[in-house]
Design a protein around this ligand. Sequence first.
Ligand SMILES: *Cc1c(COP(=O)(O)O)cnc(C)c1O
Length: 432
Amino acid sequence: MKYISSRDKNHIVSFEEAVKRGLAPNKGLYMPQEFIKMDDDFYANLFDMSLQEIGYQVGKKYVGDEIPDADFKALCNEVLNFDIPLVMVKDNIYSLELFHGPTCAFKDVGARFMARCLGYFSQKNKEKTVILVATSGDTGSAVARGFLNVPGVDVIILYPSGKVSEIQEKQLTTNGGNITALEVNGVFDDCQRLVKTAFANFDTKNRFHLTSANSINIARLIPQSFYYYYAVAQAKDYDTAICVPSGNFGNLTGGILAWKSGLTIKQFVAATNINDTVPNYLESGIYTPKPSKQTISNAMDVGDPSNFERLELIFDRDSKKMHQTIEGYSFTDDQTRKKMQQVKDLYGYTLDPHGAVGYLGIEKYLAANPGTKGIFLETAHPAKFLDVVKDVTGITPDLPPTLQDCMKKTKKSIKIDNKYEDLAQILTQKYL
Ligand SMILES: *Cc1c(COP(=O)(O)O)cnc(C)c1O
């Protein structure tokens, strides 16, 4: 498979190049040159397939012969070594629990796949890759854990001192090995600026390759299609509606890629918090990006979603066409809190705030379309949003073992000021 830029279909690169670059030179996003198709046999057998098998069969179509089959099979088995179960919450509503990975959020799936692909290419070319990531919390920990102990790759995380939760800070600073955490005396924007300055100015003297693990990387998107097939496989029903709590719309775009490959789904529903740019677009046909507003489902506080450009390309810039496949709804924090409380009281299921937005979305869709089976994606473990969950339901969810382990470890970070010289000095000391 070759990859093109969303802004220039004549800019054509290999999978390896697309993964290493992240963003195309004209700032477009990489997309497969054509949509993959899974054959009739695949769909005839799907209900009996494991997540790892699905990942291998689907992923192979995207990776082609750039990673040999045996290596790619091992890679998929390693990446997808935790379950993504479909759990019934009440009649007709099911939760696809995407939080059983190492950092308890769905971003684990994409980060792990991308890490191992980059690791494979680094080793093959005998080059060292250093990844710089600025994080306001969640992305950094998924990326760090994804790359932990991947040979040939080091990760340097920059996070704003005192601006991340205790759990998040532990997840960022207790990895060790090839992961270094820089605690920046500043805010998230400072971290992002330092990373950008380094990409523009730091001379690696060809000793290593400096790159990012940005969420728009195609190797983070591809694996996010795998669990849609697996959701349908577990539901054993080709007539389900799937609701995706959305921020940058990478998760939903993964689902659309699966649908384009022939996976039959009755309807996609995009649920957002009050950052409702895409639901508004689906209604009005007009895309009006806005500054993001803060909510309790903060991983979805996005006013100008980065993957919208991919969705536009898939649906030929036709909002009506997009609306046939994707229904869009937005919900307030108040509605989200009430739903968390209600689902806990009535069905004994604890939602995190992001999953609760997804639940609201599927419930609204089913109210208008009764008789359908509905699935929502639960994107984070409720313990990751302890304060809100405790406040709303009065219950303190148990930390999953992986988070408990991490809380016991000692924080290890290097403090730096929010000036580029400090970052440059660390890169020089470590690598030149
Ligand atoms: C990132 C994230 C989302 C939003 O996913 P997108 O792909 O950006 O739409 C939803 N929930 C959680 C917990 C997240 O971390």
